[in-house]
Design a protein around this ligand. Sequence first.
Ligand code: ATP
Ligand code: MG
Ligand code: MG
Ligand code: MG
Length: 509
Amino acid sequence: MTAAEIRQSFLDFFKEKQHTIVPSASLLPSAEAQKTLMFTNAGMNPFVPYFLGVETPPYTPPRATDTQKCIRAGGKHNDLEDVGYDTYHHTFFEMLGNWSFGDYFKKEAIEWAWELVVERWGFPANRLYATVYAPKEGDPGEFDQDAWDIWAELFRKAGCDPAVQIVNGNVKDNFWMMGETGPCGPCSELHVDLTPNGDSAGKLVNNDSDLCIEIWNLVFIQYNAEADGTFRDLPAKHIDTGMGFERACSIIKGTNGFTDFSKKPSNYATDVFTPLFSKLEELSGKTYVNIYPEPGADRTAFSEEMKTAIAFRVIADHLRTLSFSIADGIMPGNSGRNYVLRRILRRAVRYGRQLGFSGDKPFFSALVSTLVDQMGEVFPELKARQEVVRQTLETEEASFNQTLDRGLKRFEDAVVEVSNGTLSGDIAFELYDTFGFPIDLTELVCAERGLKVDMPRFEELMEQQRERARAAQKSTVVRALDLTTEAVTEFGGFESDELEATVLEIHPQ
Ligand code: ATP
Ligand code: MG
Ligand code: MG
Ligand code: MG
C-alpha cells in the first residue's frame, strides 16, 4: 500500500462502520480554542463543542472519521527538539481518527481498532501492546477494568497472553487531556514491538524507544477538566481516537508488510517523505542516508553524514509545517503563533547550510511544488494557496539570509571566547536583536558545540528591551491621542507582547 492508500483505507474502514468522512479542520484553532491553543494539536480539537454538548454534530449516526492536520511545536505538546533525531516525531503530522459523539463507546472502539489493525492490515497480534489506565493515589478516575477485559478477550482469541500484551499505564500516558482544561478521560493505546524478534514483552512501552512505537490512542472521553482543577462528568460519553498516519505508514512499509523486522522502520523511509528528499537531493547534490543517532548521543561528535541526514529530515519536516500553516492563513511573523512559524523557518534555513544552501543558493520555497504534488489532492487548500506559500517562504528565506551568515560568524567568534561552557546572554541577545536569531536557534547551535546559553541574562536583556519599547510607545501614544485622558490610561496597561505589537501597528513610530 502507498501512503495515500493507507490513509484511504483507514477512512474507508470507518465509513463501512457508518462514520461520515469529514475534511481536516484548519491548523488555526477556533476562536474559542485559540485562548489555550497555538495550533490544532490533536484530531479532537475541532470536535470539542460536540463533546461538551454545546453543539450538535450534524452526522447520522453521530460518528465521524477524518485525517486531521496537527502541529506540535510548543505548549503542552512540543516535539520540535526530537525532529530529525528520532524516527517518529514530527512538528507537522496527520492524525487519523474515528469519533463517536455520545454514540458507541469502549467496546466498539477497541474491537474496531483491533479489526482494522490486526485483521485488515495484518499487524501481528503478538507484537501489539495495549495500555490501560491504572491511576495512582490522588489521580483522577479508576483502573480501566472494562478496557482490560475487552482487550484481553481479543488477545486470548489470537492465542496471546493478555498478561503480557496488556500493560498498565500511568496518568501521564493514559489519561488524555488536550490542555489544562477541556474534555478528557482515560485512554488505551496501541504500541507496536519493532524489535527483531518481537520479544520485548511490553518493557519498552512508553520508554522513548524507537523499537516500540505508539501508533494509536483511543480516548474514552467522559469528563471535562474545569479551570479549578476538578473533573466534571460530561452529559454523554464519547470516543476520540488518534492514529499517527506517518507511523502507520512507517511500520507497514518498514517491515515490508510485517515480513521483515530486521531493520528499524522510520516515518522518513516512506513515500510521505521520500519525494521531498529526492527534490532536496536534486537541489543540493547531496544524498540522503537513512541513519539516526543513538538517543542521548554526543552531538558534538556527529559525522558529516549524520549531520546531513538530520538536516534532510528537519528541512522536510519544517517545510510541511510552514506550508500547511500558511495555506491555512497563519503567516510567519513577530509574535505568538506567527513567531513560532518564523522560528521554525529560520531553523530550517540554518539547517540548509549543512546541505550547502546559502543566500546565493536558496532552496526552501523550491520544495513547495513537490509537497503540493504529493498532498494537494487530499488537502486542496494547499493547492489553492500554493503561490502564497511559495512566495512567503521565498521572502522569509531571503530576509533571514541577509543576516544569517554574519550572525553565524559572530557566533563562531564568540565561541572562541567561551570558557565555562556557557554562551553569554549578551551574545545571545545580540544574535537575536541584530541578526534575527530566535533564541531556540542560538540554543541549537550552542548544543551542537556542547554549550549552554546564559538564559537568565538573555531574559533580563529581553525584558529591558520590552521596557524601552513600552516607554517609547507610551510617549507616542500620549502624543497621538493628545488630551483624551481615558484612552491614555487604557494604553498604559499593556503587558503582553502580542498586544504591544498591535499597538505598534496602530501607532507606528
Ligand atoms: P508520543 O508518546 O509518541 O509522543 P503522544 O502520546 O504524545 O505520542 P497522542 O497525543 O496520544 O501522542 O496522539 C495520538 C497519536 O498521534 C499517537 O499515538 C501517535 O501515533 C501520533 N503522534 C503524536 N505525536 C506525534 C508527532 N509529533 N509526530 C507524529 N505522530 C505523532
Ligand atoms: Mg508526545
Ligand atoms: Mg505517548
Ligand atoms: Mg499518546
